[in-house]
Design a protein around this ligand. Structure first.
Ligand SMILES: NC(=O)c1ccc[n+]([C@@H]2O[C@H](COP(=O)([O-])OP(=O)(O)OC[C@H]3O[C@@H](n4cnc5c(N)ncnc54)[C@H](O)[C@@H]3O)[C@@H](O)[C@H]2O)c1
Length: 464
């Protein structure tokens, strides 16, 4: 089966970049990305591609190349479903905030709404692709809804989890380590559907990098990959605290450990803690699934990765307070970086949110600068926590347009996102404009200690 029209439901951090790259690499396939968020779609269609809603290096150029040719962004969800032979579901699957599984299970209401909409609209056979990260066996539920509420149309459900990392999404999509496609390997229709998706990726991905598995292995592999990645960060962060007590340096430890070819060098960068929309939610999801099968030891094992991460964020903030003579009340603290990592404007679960909240509890005055995050986003992140009133936040938090403006007259500066531009700041000028003693807390191990101490900073870095 040759795919001519693809629809992707969800124009977010996954749907947008993924479909842009598919459209770029498959010029004969029409790709329509739809979303119920009209503002987001309008931004994707903005004449100036620099205004697309998601910042990823290289993405705006691809949108410029393909948009209007074979890449379209629209709010007409029904129209795009009807036209497509293959429909990707790329909607959000956040942690549940209510009812059974609250705070752990994945909330699948958006997925279910998509399934019901596909069932209502479809008039001919469809391949439905799970691109969102889903609990194992969700494909079964999807199939059930589609088969029982549809118009007698045949559906094939594939699992095709996305492994891109924000900040390097375009590179990851263009040269993926692997593409994983799970499907019904026991029927000819299932194998045909899998082949149709293999053919899409085969436009640019070598065959040996395209894995096909049964659908449950594919769903579970995505959760497993995120759990393993997050576990590495929590492991090195656990060591960072021990390094601070013993005089070891976590960067030296990470290098020595990472040169062991059985371990490898990646994901051993100690920091104030991981953030992002996926690691925490996917591990909690894994914990919930394990618990629901009565596998309490498995659940506890993975939950510790989250416990360690929360501890690291709290430990960093409390160390700031302790170092600033046990009080930050009324003191001005400059926060450099709000995104959960560099080269993205995504702030979901960013460590900066939690460190700021801790400092607000201690009555600090906070001034924030991030090169890609808007002030509305920063205020909305803090308000979402619900720990401080909107008025209090707006009174005590300021967002400014340069790092220098943030640091002026500050008692302390902290780096919470590893943006390259913070490495090259004129740190002497920053120091000159700060109150003394001038404290500098590096939550990302971005800066060189000796040059900063030579300038006169009181310098603290994670794990050193
Ligand atoms: N962000 C990542 O780095 C990443 C990486 C791999 C996988 N994932 C997974 O991909 C999925 C999407 O993540 P994201 O970061 O792109 O989320 P996102 O919140 O950025 O985007 C989801 C979009 O879906 C839209 N949507 C929700 N319900 C809809 C509906 N019924 N019809 C049309 N549009 C609808 C929302 O308006 C939103 O724009 C999640 O399951 C996530 O776990 C994310």
């Amino acid at each position: 089966m040759k795919i001519k029209n693809i629809c992707c439901i969800g124009a977010g951090y996954v749907g947008g970049p993924t479909m842009a790259v598919i459209a770029q690499k498959c010029p004969e396939i029409n790709v329509t990305v739809v979303d119920i968020n009209a503002e987001r779609i309008a931004a994707w269609n903005d004449e100036d591609v620099e205004n697309i809603p998601i910042y990823e290096p290289g993405l705006s150029d691809i949108v410029k190349e393909a948009r209007g040719r074979n890449l379209f962004f629209s709010t007409d969800v029904d129209g795009a479903i009807d036209k497509a032979e293959m429909i990707f579901i790329s909607v959000n699957t956040p942690t549940k905030t209510y009812g059974i599984g609250k705070g752990m299970a994945a909330d699948l209401k958006f997925i279910e709404l998509c399934a019901r909409q596909i069932a209502r609209v479809s008039k001919n056979d469809k391949i439905v692709v799970e691109k969102s990260t889903l609990p194992v066996r969700t494909a079964e539920a999807l199939k059930n809804i589609l088969d029982n509420t549809g118009n007698g149309v045949n559906y094939q459900i594939l699992s095709n989890p996305e492994f891109l990392a924000e900040g390097t999404a375009v590179q990851d999509l263009q040269n993926p380590d692997r593409i994983l496609i799970g499907g019904d390997i026991d029927t000819e229709e299932g194998l045909d559907a899998m082949q149709a998706l293999v053919d899409v990726y085969a436009h640019w991905v070598p065959n040996e990098n395209i894995l096909t598995t049964n659908v449950w292995s594919s769903e579970l592999s995505k959760l497993t990959a995120n759990a393993f990645l997050a576990q590495r960060i929590s492991s090195i962060n656990a060591m960072s605290e021990l390094c601070e007590k013993t005089g070891a340096d976590v960067n030296e430890v990470a290098k020595a450990v990472g040169m062991d070819s059985r371990i490898g060098p990646k994901f051993l960068q100690s920091s104030v803690g991981f953030g992002g929309s996926c690691f925490q939610k996917d591990i909690l999801n894994l914990v919930y699934i394990s618990k629901s099968f009565g596998l309490n030891e498995v659940a506890d094992y993975w939950e510790q990765v989250i416990i360690m991460n929360d501890h690291q964020k709290r430990r960093f903030a409390s160390n700031m307070v302790k170092t600033l003579y046990n009080t930050v009340s009324g003191k001005k603290i400059a926060i450099l970086g709000w995104a959960f990592k560099k080269d993205t404007n995504d702030t979901r679960e960013s460590a900066a949110i939690y460190v700021s909240d801790y400092l607000l509890n201690e009555q600090a005055e906070i001034v924030i600068y991030d090169p890609k995050v808007t002030s509305e986003q920063i205020f909305s992140d803090l308000e979402y926590l619900g720990t401080h009133s909107s008025e209090e936040i707006r009174e005590r938090v300021k967002v400014v347009n340069t790092a220098h403006d943030a640091c002026k007259d500050a008692h302390a500066v902290t780096i919470l996102t590893e943006w390259d531009e913070f490495k090259d700041l004129d740190w002497q000028a920053v120091y000159d404009d700060m109150l003394k003693p001038a404290f500098l807390f590096d939550g990302r191990r971005l800066l060189d200690r000796s040059t900063k101490e030579k300038i006169g900073f009181e310098f603290y870095a994670i794990g050193n």
